[in-house]
Design a protein around this ligand. Sequence first.
Ligand code: ACM
Length: 614
Amino acid sequence: MSAPLIDIAVTRSGDDLWLQLTLAPELPVAGSLHFCLARYLDPDSLSGATLLRQVGSYKELKLARLHDIAFCCPRTPMERYSDLPQGFYLSHPDAVLQPLPVGRRDLGLTAPPPPPPLPQVEPESGLVPQPARLHRLDGEFRLPEQAHVCAPALIEDLLAHFNQLTGLSLQQDHDALLRLELAPLPQEAYRLTISPSGIRIEAGGRPGWRHGLMSLAQWVLQHGESLPCIAVEDAPRFGFRGVFLDCARHFHPVATIKRLLEQMALYKFNRFHWHLTDDEGWRLEIKAFPALTEVGAWRGHGLPITPQLSGGPAPYGGNYSQNEVRDIVAHAAALGITVIPEIDIPGHCHAAIKALPELLVEPADASRYRSVQYFEDNVLNPALPGTYTFLERVLDEVCALFPGPLIHLGGDEVPQGVWQESPACQALMRQHGYRDPKELQGHLLRHCQRYLAGKGKQMIGWEEIRHGNKVSQEAVVCAWTRLEAGLEAAAAGHPVVMAPAQHLYLDLAWSRDPDEPGLYWAGTLDLAQVYRCEPAPADFPAKEQILGVLSPLWGELITSRERLDYMLFPRLLATAEVAWSQPEHKSWAGFCARLPGQLQILGKRGVRYRPPKQ
Ligand code: ACM
């Protein structure tokens, strides 16, 4: 580690934050200081430097030969070390870049009291998610490493995943100890019987067999070759059991995604919501517009997209080629998981706009706005022909790449003030008699919904796709700001996926400890809070509109696979139970008793989960 060259101290004044940056005396304080901080820096508050640029989290300050710099971030909290500015570097007129290692970091916080401990319960082996029924039977069954499996269909791929998980080498053959049988059961239901003479998994077909094999894999991983006999009857509560990964804010390699898909299958998730585009990066190769990834997938010093988030001068990024996408989609399908791609529009489009300004920018647009993440140029213009050319060509390729029925179009967090000084938008509003700029968002999304429908696809989006009241009821709504937004959308006739941040956003910090990384705009999120999520309250009349649940992992702070594991596990096991198990079969104490066995499984698989502390 190089010697620290910058110290950071934070103080509070009412709701405002003041940050002091102290540069080491040996630094030549000329040129620019660059860093990333996911807060708005008030330019008028700066002392010791002047603001040259503020784009999203990125700030460039012109130094004034002073070593002490201070500025205010108005009306915002800073409660943990992962909030602090990162990626400091200096640039000089002769373009020499110098990363600045950070030394003292003082948040001026006292540690909060520790959270209450997890219930003290005797650990017991079991399954996650909790099945509808699990009875212990007398006796044990010894499953040899090389056992044979018979099934009324080819199931080599199901066995391959089972073998990979358990380290066994089961093979499809006659004369079997493990029999997969057809039974008239609903789509994903299964019965698993382990008796002293053999193992039987009954289901209506592959989805049920797969779940039965995953339950068996969990049992094998907890008991080794001598399996206590059990009878399991099981079926999911919800048909949509999703995990969301943001690959735009930080890029995750194909291997990390495949690994996550395998973990998802073990816990019976069946939807992977893949967030592929955002302000900070466009990750999907689009043949019609190579610039989207050549320009939009990279950020760094001197690039059209500035450093962001974890920052630093070096080019940072990456994209998924169409071949890699097909590979991931096929891997997911083999695990019973449908991939739902997200192209986030009309907001969250900074990277796309920087890549294709000639199509996506209206030069005469004088609108002033600032997005929640401090971008001032991140919204598509619903009145530009180029916007439609762009979207249709992108959706053509997206629909060809992703065979599932749902395409996610974002729709979230379009900032106030956008489009208001756009001559093209004003003309479009007059032409259609629109009164509220939100109708322009509806106008654009309705066009896309119809375009997708023409290709046999259904639109899904965040709850704001209802803004402007133009998108039809067939659109699936993902509720994220609160559960009630989902209930309202369901009552209005939309199919709904529940992803309320207060229960299911796994990028939220685990606790109030300032050392815990994570966001906290919707509070912090411990295991019990995830477990408590009730996505379809018993007395809610439109319950059948609720398709299921989704646990998002947004990527602002997910800079490594270790961080990804830490934020996801074991909270994702609680989500699995929210998604799969009927409320009457859930028990917090029971979940806590089954947790140690599952943590052992995760540990053996190299998952760097957060050891439960509360
Ligand atoms: C969201 O978290 N902006 C959907």
